[in-house]
Design a protein around this ligand. Sequence first.
Ligand SMILES: *[C@@H]1O[C@H](CO)[C@@H](O)[C@H](O)[C@H]1NC(C)=O
Ligand SMILES: *[C@@H]1O[C@H](CO)[C@@H](O)[C@H](O)[C@H]1NC(C)=O
Length: 464
Amino acid sequence: MDVLTALLLLVHLIPVSTAKNGVSSKSRKRIMPDPVTEPPVTDPVYEALLYCNIPSVAERSMEGHAPHHFKLVSVHVFIRHGDRYPLYVIPKTKRPEIDCTLVANRKPYHPKLEAFVSHMSKGSGASFESPLNSLPLYPNHPLCEMGELTQTGVVQHLQNGQLLRDIYLKKHKLLPNDWSADQLYLETTGKSRTLQSGLALLYGFLPDFDWKKIYFRHQPSALFCSGSCYCPVRNQYLEKEQRRQYLLRLKNSQLEKTYGEMAKIVDVPTKQLRAANPIDSMLCHLCHNVSFPCTRNGCVNMEHFKVIKTHQIEDERERREKKLYLGYSLLGAHPILNQTIGRMQRATEGRREELFALYSAHDVTLSPVLSALGLSEARFPRFAARLIFELWQDREKPNEHSVRILYNGVDVTFHTSFCQDHHKRSPKPMCPFENLVRFVKRDMFVALGGSSTNYYDACHREGF
Ligand SMILES: *[C@@H]1O[C@H](CO)[C@@H](O)[C@H](O)[C@H]1NC(C)=O
Ligand SMILES: *[C@@H]1O[C@H](CO)[C@@H](O)[C@H](O)[C@H]1NC(C)=O
């Protein structure tokens, strides 16, 4: 286990000394995986359970931590939707019986669950940009539909909302008591699970959930790239990345054997089974403690699961090493990062709009943003993952602003590529906002290795 991965998991404040290249230093302070909380080697089932993110006791989080003379100016939250029903079925098997209605006597539960349902069922008026109006506001099927948010998913985001409310509203008074619609910026993709996740988070977050003050914009692209989606070089990186993925899979004979066995059990060609992305469905079985499916030829089992999940972990490792995904991510994440710093810059100028921004999104949204920020060691976005940008103002030097970046409650600011050497170069306790601005406006293109210094040129580079 490498340092950052251990760090992202262990919220404990173990003395840590990081060294270059992610290798632990040879000093006696070397961080060791905690034998109580961290298995000695990457364990596929353990990793999968982290991904499930099953709600339990209140977690520790580092959001909102800053020296006393700093004032919170604005907060920008990127979430992945909560736990959902699979997007694929394993061919010729009964799909897992998961109930997507919301009821108080089923776990996991949140004290605001019934109030949430009752509020949502009263309807919304004109709170959504088309075509979001046609989506249901909360999950409500006795047998979940494909991709539907589950009760677990709703509870995960009610919890996220409550946690952020305690920190940002109660403690830091981010919104005034008479807050208005234009102090929120809300955006979601057009899936019911992202809209509902956003609503659940807001319901946990806002002191009064008034439909008149809610307006969700619709984002057609999972990259949240709005008017700047056309980027041929980004697509070329993605094609190369997919080729890399394909070649790695071919090299894994155990994986091929496992798909073969599973295909035999469900009696379809191996190719068809693989195309049905069985890991997605198996994760649902695991997260919901429902046994894997059987046919008269046998059962899909935990060994199959472990082989596929282990391959996924291996794939992520190679993905970091080969850096094609990084190229894709730098270009893919630029528009949303650019939009975010634009919003932050307006706040530094004293504008009081859009103090809290929420982007309700997908793993394919968060993952490129993490990678682009230089957080490639961070774990793959789990259900209801949250990535937060905080903007702070130094009351003693009102012209100076700082940022903090938090992933699932862990402060990762000094692991980002725009602030990782900060402590060596600067006595300031916080990461200067200019570092992020410089990174998004210019350095992220320099990091691509060509000569481009802006988005348009980087996207249209010849001879890549
Ligand atoms: C999972 O299900 C089994 C029975 O199918 C049950 O014995 C066990 O307690 C369940 N585990 C959890 C964590 O709910
Ligand atoms: C970046 O944001 C600015 C406004 O803040 C905008 O004018 C510009 O077009 C954006 N660039 C891209 C590539 O999205």
